[in-house]
Ligand binder design. Structure first.
Ligand code: UD1
Ligand code: CA
Length: 451
């Protein structure tokens, strides 16, 4: 088994993003783009991963630690080009590897299959293997210059002649280099170009000039789509969504208007789940079989058990655990709360830091008052409890099993199992008051005092 090292170049904010945050942290499907790359590398089973970041990019290092715990982090002191970046990982390159794979953190759709194909080329004796593609629009990418069917150079667009710009076969930004030659070739790259940058792509001309075997393989363009600006970020998101929607439908979910449903990288929809139009899934959502999510709902960090009905216009926030056959209706927000089997919270409620027992019925406008400006406290509502409309449950508080809460109550003390609690002023009624009132007001209008 050949040993591999993957070097992920991920330094910098990416000028054209015009962002305060590193480019590779911008998200696709609610996952930073570099995490997509790390997932592919993990799936490809490359043994070691080295990630190159800019000084102070601790946020990138943190994401790397979460998605590729064994990866080493290397800091590129100044942004001086992709070859300079690769050499920032010199320490990792000095440890023997058969295959060195250089990938870019801004190319999130790279696949394990493409990485394996590059490694195959190296195993067959190539010193350099370039992942090329033929995108509909090649602008911005380095052109692959071939002579007599052999790859001899890669020309960056800004350095290319008009003729070279006409070439449709371009550098996808993934390169395999034989481990035995990698440091030697990288060290030979100079910065004699228009931008005074050390271009990784010059490795090709150097290797070809030495008579080494240089190969290009063609990778489907959608797998090496590079992101340099916000428009490309949006385009990548669209491609990702199309793929995820197709996967969800192939797995047995109905998306009535798929183009309006937004899925996160890890959204799991069971069979016979129906998702109505305009639903947004954030990260960390699992939806069991037979759930219906009605239109305009926003769901993140939530688990929804089978047969539940959610929405329209529901908001499930992190920690929402919706039980089997439960109903969460319109304008209901649930956060850090377990909603028991068959419980109903159908209208205009906020339930946070709470548990709602099985079969409980939470009336319209019920609010769990979980925050006093300093601390969050819990509300526990028992099984089959009935909370009347427009009630405020001031946490910490417990409503017993089978308890009833009268509408409009502000409940501040625990309510025992099976008890009725209500908290409101006595109703006052004045017989004949309206007629007296009208007479009094009408006489004032007839004799206006104009001061
Ligand atoms: C690069 C390639 C181009 C290829 C395209 C594919 C070079 C010189 N050009 O161009 O041939 O068609 O990718 O998408 O390699 N980076 C660093 N340090 C640096 C410079 C870049 O870490 O000093 C990282 C960036 O974070 C980025 C990646 O390398 O993730 C690529 O850099 P970028 O500036 O986006 O290169 P492109 O112009 O897209
Ligand atoms: Ca790029």
């Amino acid at each position: 088994m050949r040993k591999a090292l993957a070097v992920v170049l991920a330094a910098g904010e990416g000028k054209r993003m015009r962002s305060a945050q590193p480019k590779v942290l911008h998200q696709i499907g609610r996952l930073p783009m570099i995490a997509h790359v790390l997932k592919a590398l993990t799936a490809a089973d490359v043994g070691r991963i080295a990630v190159v970041v800019a000084p102070g990019e601790d946020a990138v290092a943190k994401i790397v630690a979460a998605h590729a715990p064994g990866a080493s982090i290397h800091v590129q002191s100044e942004r001086r080009g992709t070859a300079h970046a690769a050499l920032a990982a010199r320490e990792a390159l000095e440890q023997a590897a058969d295959d060195v794979i250089v990938v870019f953190g801004d190319t999130p759709f790279v696949t394990a299959a493409a990485i394996s194909r590059l490694r195959d080329k190296l195993a067959q004796g190539a010193s350099i293997a370039v992942g090329g593609m033929r995108p509909a629009d090649p602008s911005g990418y380095g052109r692959l210059i071939e002579q007599g069917g052999k790859l001899v150079a890669i020309r960056e667009e800004r350095d290319a002649s008009a003729g070279e710009r006409g070439i449709g076969f371009v550098n996808g930004g993934i390169m395999g280099i034989a481990g035995s030659a990698a440091l030697d070739i990288l060290d030979a790259i100079g910065d004699g170009n228009d931008q005074h940058e050390f271009y990784l792509t010059d490795a090709v001309a150097i290797a070809a000039g030495r008579g080494l075997d240089v190969a290009a393989i063609e990778i489907p363009a959608e797998e090496v789509f590079g992101i340099n600006d916000r428009a490309q970020l949006a385009e990548a998101e669209q491609k990702f969504q199309e793929r995820r929607r197709a996967e969800a439908m192939a797995a047995g979910a109905t998306l009535i208007a798929p183009e309006t449903v937004f899925l996160a990288h890890d959204t799991k929809l069971g069979r016979d789940v129906v998702v109505e139009p305009n639903v947004v899934f954030g990260p960390g959502v699992t939806v069991a079989d037979g759930v219906t999510i009605r239109a305009f709902s926003h769901i993140e960090g939530a688990h929804i058990a089978s047969g539940a009905l959610v929405g329209p216009y529901a908001r499930l926030r992190p920690g929402a655990e919706i039980g089997k056959d439960a109903h969460i209706g319109n304008f209901v927000e649930i956060k850090q709360a377990d909603v028991g089997e068959g419980a109903k919270i159908n209208h205009l409620s906020y339930v946070g830091d709470a548990s709602v027992g099985a079969g409980a019925n939470i009336g319209a406008g019920t609010i769990t008052c979980n925050y006093d400006g300093f601390l969050k406290s819990r509300t526990d509502i028992g099984a089959r409890a009935f909370v009347g409309s427009n009630s405020s449950l001031v946490a910490p508080v417990r409503i017993g099993d089978d308890a009833y809460i009268g509408s409009g109550s502000v409940i501040t003390k625990d309510v025992a199992d099976g008890a009725l609690a209500l908290e409101r002023a006595e109703q006052v009624e004045k017989t004949g008051w309206v007629a007296r009132f009208r007479t009094r007001m009408a006489s004032r209008r007839r004799a206006p005092s104009l001061g």
